[in-house]
Write a protein that binds this ligand. Structure first.
Ligand SMILES: Cc1ncc(C[n+]2csc(CCOP(=O)(O)OP(=O)(O)O)c2C)c(N)n1
Ligand SMILES: [Mg+2]
Length: 533
């Protein structure tokens, strides 16, 4: 559906909603007031960085409290459950590296029987070479990823192997164009802020009638960036709609995001899709479909084709880069027929596909309690003969590690794997939704305070004194991002709409008579009511 014709229908606010607004929008910048009204905002990043300092060290929680007061045992062990082994007894554990206060878990208080293998420290190069050049002390600020990794290995020897392998903690071979630095961790942090700000401004723009629809990723930002940093550029991503951070990481510019939402002539989809239905052939990101679940069997087809082309390329001696497809979907989408047929097909055809379920507690207004009777989505994997891992979706390091290892597993075994990431949808479902009609302000406040992935990463940076980041530095980053987003938006707003002709092209080589008839009807209609168009 073209967003020209989409009717935005949710401008309603309730008293609860207003209370939440006051709570979360207390520090709105003047830039917003000048141009973009934030009256229906569900939050502003500036509020996130106002919790000065970090909490004092505490022992790691043994359980993760999920929506609806379900508790899930936490494990510090990155373990993929393969079809060959026994499935976990009871509730599947959730893999987590970093606790809410930004420190890494020591593994001693895990709620699941797997405990960290202390040999991992000995296996790692950094782990053997601890304290070589590192000065310790409270006032030592770390400025390079090398220093940070040494400090982390020293502080958390049980995670040494992961610290060494984590690409978030490894500088890129090439300079990132947007940050003009090779520092991956800093870029992850900056892009998490950029995404949150873009979401906030775009949502508010929809409220002002500047475009027709929007969906935020608020509260789930660790998922796209954790996953994107673990993939290679040749990997094909088939997303649901809330994963715009993957595109951002791959280089989709703020101008491209804005052009798509405004459906202007620079929109790659030529205005035929609703806002947020991004796609980019150059970035190997298939265009979003509004119908839930369609991306799942498509991802299986993509993976099957990748497997065949990799095999053929080896046969005739050409070099090929091995690739997987990664398919994102929400837990609500896992109730579609396409989920079941897609997963079954991938296991029987042995396709290298990563199924990534974002379990954020809700499918619009339906909470997980009403969505399934079993243990989430992960417990279905053994039924399909599929490997699986459950991960804390608010821990960017854990999401990264799980996807990295899942990719290795999928390619080595030519087999699918299911990841379930436990998170929470802090925003409304979309701009057509007022979530305070079906969940309490207190619930949203609780998750926004306790498990926000951006605050968790900022606690990590502060705790480990990385890059000397203070709350003021965070605020400056937020302001710079806001300016860049507003600049792109204003530019997008001024661009002309795509040609009406484009509505009928690009599907058939020669337009069939039925479509030609529709085009004539549309032209006649517009000629009859010129004032309305
Ligand atoms: C086949 C189909 N059924 C229903 C819908 C309406 N719909 C759009 S999003 C959504 C909820 C999806 O929830 P989930 O998969 O958990 O993703 P989330 O929005 O939580 O990220 C529904 C029911 C649709 N778009 N397509
Ligand atoms: Mg959901």
């Amino acid at each position: 559906m073209s967003n020209w014709y989409f009717v935005a229908n949710a401008r309603g606010t309730s008293i609860n909603n207003l209370r939440m607004l006051r709570y979360l929008s207390s520090n709105v910048s003047p830039i917003y007031h000048e141009d973009i009204d934030s009256s229906d905002d569900v939050g502003d990043t500036s509020a996130l960085v106002s919790n000065d300092g970090i909490s004092s060290p505490r022992s790691s929680p043994s359980e993760l409290i999920f929506t609806g007061n379900t508790s899930i045992p936490v494990t510090s062990v990155l373990h993929i459950v393969t079809p060959e082994e026994d499935t976990p007894q009871g509730i599947w554990p959730v893999f987590r590296i970093m606790d809410e206060d930004g420190t890494f878990r020591d593994g001693n208080n895990d709620g699941y029987e797997h405990h960290l293998d202390t040999k991992t420290a000995e296996n790692s190069v950094l782990g053997k070479d601890l304290n070589s050049t590192l000065e310790h002390g409270d006032d030592v600020h770390l400025s390079s990823l090398r220093e940070l990794r040494e400090r982390l290995c020293s502080d958390y020897p049980n995670h040494a192997l992961e610290i060494e392998q984590s690409r978030i903690l490894t500088p890129s071979k090439f300079q990132y164009r947007d940050t003009e630095s090779k520092d991956t961790l800093k870029r992850v942090h900056q892009q998490m802020i950029r995404l949150r700000e873009m979401d906030t401004i775009f949502q508010n723009s929809q409220r002002q009638g500047r475009f027709s629809f929007y969906m935020t990723c608020r509260g789930e930002e660790a998922i796209p960036f954790g996953a994107a940093t673990a993939l290679e550029s040749q990997d094909v991503v088939l997303a649901q709609y809330r994963e715009q951070g993957v595109l951002m990481w791959r280089g989709f510019s703020l101008q491209q995001f804005s052009d798509q939402c405004y459906s202007n002539e620079s929109d790659l989809g030529k205005g035929r899709q609703m806002p947020v239905h991004y796609g980019s052939r150059a970035l190997n990101y298939q265009t979003i479909s509004s119908c839930l679940g369609t991306q799942i069997p498509q991802a299986v087809g993509v993976a099957y084709s990748l497997k065949l082309s990799a095999a053929n390329a080896t046969d005739d001696g050409r070099e090929t880069k091995k690739a997987v497809s990664l398919c994102f979907f929400g837990e609500g989408c896992s109730s579609t027929n396409d989920f079941h047929s897609g997963l079954n097909l991938s296991a029987t055809l042995k396709c290298p596909v990563i199924f990534f379920c974002r379990n954020n507690g809700y499918a619009i207004s339906t909470s997980v309690k009403e969505q399934y009777a079993g243990d989430g989505v992960i417990s279905r994997a053994p039924g399909y003969g599929m490997a699986a891992i459950r991960v804390d979706g608010n821990d960017v390091f854990a999401v990264h590690a799980a996807v990295r290892e899942a990719r290795i597993y999928a390619l080595e075994n030519n087999a699918p794997i299911l990841i379930e990431a436990m998170s929470y949808r802090c925003g409304h479902h979309s701009t057509s939704d007022d979530s305070f009609r079906y969940r309490s302000v207190e619930e949203v406040q609780h998750f926004a305070n306790e498990s926000d992935p951006l605050i968790r990463l900022q606690n990590f940076l502060k705790h480990h004194k990385y890059d000397n980041m203070t709350d003021d530095d965070f605020r400056i980053m937020v302001e710079d991002e806001k300016k860049a987003i507003l600049y792109a938006m204003r530019k997008a707003e001024r661009k002309p709409k795509p040609s009406l002709e484009d509505l009928f092209t690009d599907v058939y080589n020669e337009m069939p008579p039925s479509l030609k008839a529709q085009q004539n009807q549309l032209n006649e209609h517009i000629a009859k009511y010129p004032d309305s168009y």
